[in-house]
Structure formats: C-alpha cells, structure tokens
Design a protein around this ligand. Sequence first.
Ligand code: NAG
Ligand code: NAG
Length: 360
Amino acid sequence: MRTEAFMIASLLSAVLSYPVDLNIRDITSSNAESVYTALQQYYSESTGLWQNQWWNSGSCMTTIADLAAIDSNLKDDIVRVMENTYYQAPKTNADFLSDYNDDAGWWSLALISLYDLTQNTQYLSTAENIFSAMASTFGTTPCSNNSAGQGGIWWDEAHSYINAIPNELLMSVAAHLANRVQNGGGYRNIARRQWEWFRGSGLINSGNTINDGLDTSTCANNGGVVWTYNQGVILSALVELSTATGDSSLLSTAQNIASAAVEQLSDENGILHEPCESYAEGCDSDRTQFKGIFARSLAQLGKAGGGDYGDFLRRNAESVWGRSDDGKGVLGVNWAGPFAGGNASTTCSGLDVLVAALGT
Ligand SMILES: *[C@@H]1O[C@H](CO)[C@@H](O)[C@H](O)[C@H]1NC(C)=O
Ligand SMILES: *[C@@H]1O[C@H](CO)[C@@H](O)[C@H](O)[C@H]1NC(C)=O
C-alpha cells in the first residue's frame, strides 16, 4: 500500500512539473459567479434550455447544481432555474426522451443532481423513469455477451451503434440511483453487471483510455477517437458503484483511467485539450462540452479518495479563466487560449472546471 501510494505520488509530481508556470490568478467563487451570470444570457425561460441545445442543457444542469452546492449565494437562483427547466424542457422532448440513450442519461443525472440539492423525491422518480427507458435494450444488443458478462445498450432508437457514452451513462445513472432510492439493490445489480460487461467489451484499450465505440459487426473496439468525456463519465460511475458496493478496488481502476487521460490528453503545460481542437473544422457543438464533463468527474474521484487532482484542476481553471475568456465571463473552447468566441456550451464546460477546482 505504502509503495503504491509513493509510486502514485511520484508519478503525479512527474506529471505536474510543467515547463511553464501559469500562475495567473487564483480562481475564486466570484469568478464562477461571473461565468454563471454570463451563461444565463443563453438561457431561455420558455424552453428551459441553453441556446436550445438538448443534451448539452442536461449536462449543464449538473454543472450548475455542483456550483449551487458550493456557493450559497447562487443556490436559490440555481434551484429556481433547474426547476423551471424540469417543467419546460419536456415541451421539446416529452418525458425527457429523445432518440438517443446518451441524451437520456444526461437528463437523468440532471434530475438526480436536482434531487440532491432539494431532496424532493419527485425529481428522483422522474430520473428513474428516464433510466428505465434508457435500459430497455440492456443485454440485448449483438455485442451484449462477452467473456466478462452480459450487458450493454444501443446508442439510439435506430440501433445503429454501440458506443461508450450511453453505456457509461447507463452504469452511472444506475449507480447514482442505487445510492439514493430506497431498496436500491436492483440498480446496484444493473450497475455492477453493466460494469462487468463494459470491462469485457474491449472499450478500454491497452493504454487505459476509452475509445468511442464498438464495431457493430465484429464487436471489437473500433479504435475511435479518445474523447475526454468518455474518460470522465466512467470515473463518476465507478465512484458511485464503489459507494454502493463498498468495493474500493473500483477506485483504483478509476484512478488508472484518470491518470492515463490526464497524461494523454493534456499539453506540455498540463492543460486539457479535446482532440477536435486541432481539427481544421474545430469542435462541433457537442464536442465543445466534453472537457468540463471530464473535469467534473475527476473532481468527484478526487473527493472520493481516488487520487489528488487539485493541481491539475486549478491549473486548468486558471488557464480557461485567465487566457480563454472574453473578459465578461464567457469562456472559449480552447482552455489554453486565446479566446476565439464562445457560447453556452463552451461556457458551461469551462464553468465545470472552475467549479471542480473550487470544490477540490
Ligand atoms: C446472450 O446470452 C444469453 C444467455 O446467457 C442468451 O439468452 C442470449 O440470447 C445471448 N445473446 C446474444 C445476442 O447472443
Ligand atoms: C459554440 O462554439 C463552437 C466553437 O467555439 C462552435 O463550434 C459551436 O457550434 C457553437 N455552438 C453553438 C450552439 O452555437
């Protein structure tokens, strides 16, 4: 144990000695409050969405819930906004269900975070309903049986793809519910089975990162892009499953994935990048959201005792706030800067890392 802790500590200090010391300014709650205010210019009271984006708004609900949990100045306003969204968003997609299971996962987690803030069980029941729609293909896809277990769901109603994100979200929602609903044993069981399947699916590659999905005909890892959020959602899922089962080895597994992602997806100054930032066409409005999700989940892992990511998170928060902002709270997609335009998705993603750093 001691040797392992020492090795992890020296690995982290090796990873964290960067050539450039950013040392811009320390992130404060008032910085996060400015970003929240800027974010709200994109919020529509009538749709309950930010810039009319569907899944992104679900994810953004969890971002602001995490902010409310650490900033009592904002709590009442954030709960009001989230409750408004609870009533308005189903006008866009009834029962929070679109044709995509990952979208359902973001909304279910959003309502779980609203339950955590308010303890109102109505939100938890809706989260359970969303989950049961999401789980309707559990264990029945062509890639659902592997040597480790039976599980897995399709990405979409059209059954075109079996990918990492809806499958990580299914596990995460089940594990979150296991820790919150009374007699959550059924959810714990699904989360555990889903994890065994995920582990056996080949989605985690030999470098300990997670590719985009499976080849639907061979069921092998398709070698797709290693997106940041796919390294993040699994961390949160493993933390919750570890709580639900008491199995702390799940935290070590999460720690391996987290360190691999930090190392492989950060630049020489320790700033996290999405692979699409270097594409000619840049990042589309889905991908601009991903990094914040990774940061949020990394903070959760750190809080659960699965490693210390404080320096990494503060470094990234200081960078996005100091080098990739418009001076009025809007944050850009490239956290290393320079600011080249921003919107709801890029701002919400940047807010995630500010909140993660503040809470660490
Ligand atoms: C997976 O295995 C179960 C029983 O172990 C079986 O009922 C099911 O048909 C199998 N599914 C596929 C897609 O092979
Ligand atoms: C947000 O900005 C990014 C680039 O910074 C862009 O690719 C994306 O389409 C924008 N999203 C919306 C909804 O305008």
